[in-house]
Design a protein around this ligand. Structure first.
Ligand code: AMP
Ligand code: MN
Ligand code: MN
Ligand code: MN
Length: 309
């Protein structure tokens, strides 16, 4: 099993889950509990695909997607595990995109994981990750981390090397207190250990997913630190590029954000998706499948014909 690499970065919040009258506590579609965004050790998650699926099953999730950053490597293992739990498994991925010199995340769902267009696209991103890893490693060595690249590689194992791996090295070598500080002081754009990277174009990411018969979801619209105007622009650009859905309910959204996102989605003809973005059990305030239902009568991505469940 690969090493744990995630530590909490967001403040605990209840999002009204305990208090809001009428809250479902779960994204239910009558009998289903749905979670379409989570990470394993194939990227920056802490649990193996098998352990993640077991935890989701324990949490009562019935329809689940594994969405690792820029890789589909965990899907076969996760699907096998899901079968043993009688859980409906949906192929997923979270593709890194560069749009207007900013990073967006496009979650892909229900695609053919062996499609060559998608595989080639992800391969270019994986190469870009490897190149960036060497550049970040050189920068954190200047900050006092020793053997940064081999240690990051060992930590990631066969999985993608992500910035949270470097955050962990900064913590291990006593340079940072926690993940949050590592990002704030060193790994964010503009900081001394940030390395620029050109991810996929928005149209490319959506194109690969569509070529593979899948659905493109703009992930966590409130997760980019954008102003309202930039959020609107990003959603409009995503819809114009052929995107299908917007992630409405996540592990860190409040109801007001969800209602706002649902309105934005309706304006651009996007349907709604839901996903915790679970990375690790240490995210104690964020549970697999512990999501509110989509607001109002919003159309759900799982009713799309391509969802095939
Ligand atoms: P990468 O795709 O390798 O650049 O890493 C992105 C991942 O780092 C995200 O998916 C989050 O899990 C994590 N992350 C991004 N920004 C922050 C932040 N400000 N603080 C803590 N973790 C972050
Ligand atoms: Mn992540
Ligand atoms: Mn993301
Ligand atoms: Mn994610």
């Amino acid at each position: 099993m690969r090493a744990a690499i995630w530590t909490p970065r967001l403040k605990p919040q209840t999002n009204g889950l305990q208090t809001q009258p009428g809250s479902t506590h779960r994204t239910c579609d009558h009998t289903r509990v749905i979670d379409l965004h989570a990470h394993s050790t194939c990227s920056d998650g802490r649990l193996t695909p098998t352990a993640l699926v077991a935890r989701a099953a324990e949490a009562g999730v019935t329809t689940f997607a594994l969405t690792d950053h820029d890789t589909v490597d965990g899907l076969d293992e996760a699907r096998t595990a899901a079968d043993t739990h009688g859980m409906t498994f949906i192929n997923g991925v979270e593709i890194s995109v560069t749009w207007q010199r900013r990073t967006l995340h496009v979650v892909g769902l229900a695609f053919d994981s062996r499609n060559p267009s998608l595989a080639n696209g992800l391969a270019t991103l994986q190469q870009a990750r490897r190149d960036r890893a060497a550049r970040i490693a050189a920068k954190i060595e200047k900050l006092g981390v020793t053997d940064a690249l081999p240690r990051a590689q060992a930590m990631a194992g066969d999985g993608q090397i992500t910035r949270p791996h470097f955050a962990r090295l900064l913590i291990e070598d006593g340079i940072c207190r926690d993940n949050n500080q590592a990002f704030k002081k060193h790994l964010r754009p503009g900081r001394d250990a940030h390395a620029a990277i050109e991810w996929a174009a928005l149209e490319s990411a959506i194109g690969w997913l569509h070529a593979a018969g899948g659905i493109a979801v703009l992930a966590h619209p409130f997760g980019y630190g954008f102003s309202g105007a930039w959020r609107q622009r990003a959603i409009a650009a995503f819809a114009a590029a052929g995107g299908d859905a917007l992630e409405i309910c996540t592990g860190t959204t409040d109801r007001q954000q969800e209602v706002t996102a649902a309105r934005d989605a309706a304006q651009h003809g996007l349907v709604g998706s839901v996903g915790s973005d679970f990375h690790a059990p240490e995210q104690f305030w964020l549970g697999l499948g512990r999501l509110r239902a989509l607001p109002g009568d919003m159309n759900a991505v799982w009713h799309d014909a391509r969802f095939k469940v």
